[in-house]
Design a protein around this ligand. Structure first.
Ligand code: TRP
Length: 327
């Protein structure tokens, strides 16, 4: 079976956009690939080193959501980056041969620095973010890395580092992994912008039912429908775009018609959406509360995943050490 690897940085919580996007894709992939999925807690320190308090909690929440969303520890390997020290060792060794210019040219480097102006990101670790990510990936020698477009520059530098390593030592240690770019539906947040933890517009997997309902009930709709009798255009309503993801074709047609003719009000339309989002969330809420009530089970799953992952990383590192003149 071909290997697949991907990870999520441990800064913040997962939302329903992540669920229908990345996570849903990961769940499908576990059926046909040998999948490794992990929480990148070291990466959270590259921007959050001054305030590391939330990392532990975020790591746990993400693992719980992996499982609640349908990742099956019998089918895939789930682990935490910082428990596998070989990732750090490979990061160090790859840093020896990664030209500074390559790192300075990664678009996310300057972008993130601009975006997080309140933090001092002129650090060695932040510049090295893509090297750590390359180590995370290459150490498993995966065939595919499912990621969103935003991560493609990191995947490109990973491939460049692999090529440089193989060329320098005249040995095909690291096959070049391929990005697996899946077309995800665009998921709007409650204010109509892209759902994101940085916009405070997200419906989180950890939100209790009452909060999900409240967020969806007060979600933005087509601004043209100020009064119940005003006709609207569903395409201008973020609520309708969520219907496209969560509702049946018939329901979509009905609410669209009701919106255009003012046959239904926005609250009626949202009620249908809330019902359908609840249908998707109910098994997740159930699984979450089971897991949160059984920390021993959670720890056992991660422990097993870590052991399995480490078997792979140890093997890769033997080859790498030998190739780089160590041992
Ligand atoms: N950079 C990724 C993110 O922001 C997290 C990540 C770290 C990752 N290492 C990885 C993703 C390796 C894929 C493969 O979410």
């Amino acid at each position: 079976m071909q290997r697949v690897l991907s990870g999520v940085q441990a800064s913040g919580k997962l939302h329903i956009g992540n669920l229908v996007g990345a996570l849903g894709n990961w769940v499908r992939l576990q059926e046909t690939y040998d999948c490794y999925y992990f929480v990148a807690d070291w990466h959270a320190l590259t921007t959050g080193y001054a305030h590391p308090e939330g990392i532990k909690e975020s790591t746990k929440d993400i693992i719980v959501n992996f499982l609640a969303a349908g990742l099956d520890p019998e089918k895939c390997t789930i682990f935490i980056q910082s428990r596998i020290l070989e990732h750090a060792e490979l990061h160090l060794l790859l840093s020896m041969l990664t030209p500074l210019g390559w790192l300075e040219r990664v678009p996310t480097y300057k972008e993130k620095q601009q975006e997080l102006k309140d933090r001092d990101l002129s650090t060695y670790g932040f510049l090295g973010y893509p090297v750590l990510q390359s180590a995370d990936i290459l150490i498993y020698r995966p065939r595919h890395v499912p990621v969103g477009v935003d991560q493609m520059p990191h995947l490109e530098i990973t491939r460049e580092i692999a090529r440089r390593f193989n060329h320098l030592y005249q040995r095909e240690v690291f096959p070049e992994p391929e990005g697996l770019l899946t077309e995800f539906p665009k998921v709007p947040g409650t204010d109509g912008r892209k759902m994101s933890k940085s916009y405070d517009n997200a419906v989180y997997l950890s939100d209790p039912p009452s909060e999900v309902e409240q967020k969806l009930r007060t979600m933005m709709t087509d601004p043209a429908r100020k009064r119940r009798t005003d006709k609207g255009d569903p395409e201008f309503s973020p609520v309708y775009h969520l219907h496209k993801i969560f509702s049946t074709k018939e329901e979509q047609a009905e609410v669209a018609e009701g919106c255009r003719t003012a046959g239904i009000g926005c609250i009626d339309c949202k009620k249908v959406l809330i019902k359908n989002v609840f249908t998707v969330m109910e098994p997740i809420w159930k699984k979450r509360s089971e897991l949160l009530g059984d920390p021993g089970l959670l720890e056992e799953i991660v422990r097993k995943g870590t052991l399995k992952a480490r078997a792979v990383t140890e093997e890769t590192m033997q080859t790498v050490r030998e190739t780089m003149g160590l041992r």
